[in-house]
Structure formats: structure tokens, C-alpha cells
Design a protein around this ligand. Sequence first.
Ligand code: TXA
Ligand code: MG
Length: 319
Amino acid sequence: MAHGKTETLIPDAAGIARAADLLRTGQLVALPTETVYGLAGDATSNIACARIFEAKGRPRFNPLIVHLPSVGAAEAIAAIPDTARQLAAAFWPGPLTMVLPLRDGHGLSPLVTAGLDTVAIRLPAHAVMRAVLGAVGRPVAAPSANPSGRISPTTADHVRAGLDGRIAAILDGGPCNVGVESTILAPADTGTRLLREGGIPREAIEALTGPLVSDTTPGKVQAPGQLSSHYAPTTQMVLNSALDDPDAILVGFGPGTAELTLSDSGDLTEAAANLFRILHEADALAEARGATAIHVARVPHEGLGRAINDRLTRAAAPR
Ligand code: TXA
Ligand code: MG
């Protein structure tokens, strides 16, 4: 849907009130969260949810995450098994999403769940997002605020570059400090499945739940983040730890001579926070120089490194 002009809002009382008003009238607003910017709409409104799919060019079979301010609000729309309750106590608010059985009378648009009998729920930690959720007083659906399949946005400028003119407003809360999307779990008292690696390291979850069952096979369409090609720059991306192609834009990790780096000091938390910004920058550089490839170093496969390698692998997958 063409909107013409996309407003920029600042995260003061007036900006938060304006964002909440727009959401209550079915408009879309990009909001900051600690993971990535979300493209928010009223999760109880069919029109708002349809607009989310349209603005992103997102396939309709991909369900949306519902953002809520409290466990009490989650209880109103979903059943929460004991395992989920323990995970909520440990990691909410924060970069964790749980897929839970829907309750009767949940009031959500059927577009949110794409017809499934489960719903993905997250309680974000970002103060601005929480203020908006409080002011809206309704569940808010929010996928990442990028055109479907492209690099996720961690700044308001990234959102504008992808969605300008297609949404009512962007609330600029500065850069996102986690930088990769939430970890998605399907908790059950008989065993918890990991659907997407993300901002809470797998090891931290397993310390609480015991071994997770991985269900993140690329290509098996359960979640768009599970599509084999996703998070992709325009320029072809290659995973190459040697970074030995002088014609490519090189993105390193740790000390080295690459032009761009995920983290100079080899810190995975910093690398996660930088990941999507660096991919946006590498893509812009490649375009400016006519380079045909971006080569990126792999990072250690532990902690947040698992989510980073997951995003890099999908960004490098054949289109
Ligand atoms: O950090 C995040 O999670 C960000 C911020 C904005 O909250 N949001 C985000 O949303 O990454 P999105 O739409 O890009 O990814 C949502 C994922 C998708 O992979 C979707 O398929 C999955 O959640 N999902 C939603 N409902 C589901 C369900 N009922 N069962 C399985 N997967 C589900
Ligand atoms: Mg996304």
C-alpha cells in the first residue's frame, strides 16, 4: 500500500503516543526492539495484519510474532505449559519467542497465525517498545521491518531504505543492541524444540531445559527465518574464512586486514550487534565499486556465534 510519506518519530512521550494512535487505527509503524526493528501492526486487526504482509512482500503462510507487555497478557491468548513458564521467568522480557497453543477467544486476526493452532509470543525488553505496547493496550504483531528475504534492520535508516513510503511511521530508538532476532522455541513438557537460533544462546536455554531438539533445518518451511535463502544482500555473499579474494568486499572477525569487521576484538556479542549493519554496508560498498561478491569470515559456533552463522549461511544460500 502506498502511503506517500513515512513519518519519523522520536522516542519521547509525543512520539510514543503518536505511534500508539497510528497502531490503534490500523496503520503500520516500525518500532525499535533490542533484537531488530519490528514492523508493527494491531494483531487483532485483519486490515493491519494484511498491510504487514503487503508492505514486506511476505508470503501469507508465514505467521507473525505477537508482542506483549506481560506474562498475564500472554496467558489471555495462549496456554503456557510449565516448561514455558520457567523459560519466561528466566528470559522474559528479552530476545526469546515461544510458540504456544492458542486459547479459545484469543481475539487475534487469523492472519497472525496463518491458520495454525499455535501462536508465537515475545515480551520484548526494549524500553521504547514496551512503552508503545503499554500505550496501545492490544497485542502487536511485528515481523522484522525489512522487505521479505532481505537483510534485517538494526537502525531506523535501514528501515527507511527498505520500506519508505510503504508504512505510516518509523519510531527511531537508535541502533538495536542485540542485533540478531529472537531465539524461537516450541516448549513442551515432553521436550522443547529449537525453531530458530537467536539472541538467547542455546547453551543458556539448555542449562535450564536440558538438550533441545533442533528443528532449524534450512528449506523446511516452518518459519521464514528457516527458509534456506533469507537475510540476503543484493550482492552474492560467500562464506570464506580465508578472506583471500582481492576483488570481493571482505568482512572479517577478529584482528586482520579485512576492510569491514564484525568485531575487531573477536567478541561475539559485538559481532551480533554489528552483523546486519555490516551486511548493509558491505552491500552498499559492493554496489558502489561494482564488486560481484561479499566474502565473510565464519565465527566460532558457540553462544551467539550459532545465530550469527545461521544468518550468514542463509544470506549466502543460492537464491
Ligand atoms: O526478534 C524478533 O523475533 C523480531 C522482532 C521484531 O521481535 N521479529 C522477527 O519476526 O524476527 P519475523 O517475522 O521476521 O520472524 C518470526 C518467525 C518466523 O520465522 C515465523 O515463521 C515464526 O516466527 N513463527 C511465527 N508463528 C509461528 C508458529 N505458530 N509456529 C512456528 N513458527 C512461527
Ligand atoms: Mg525477518
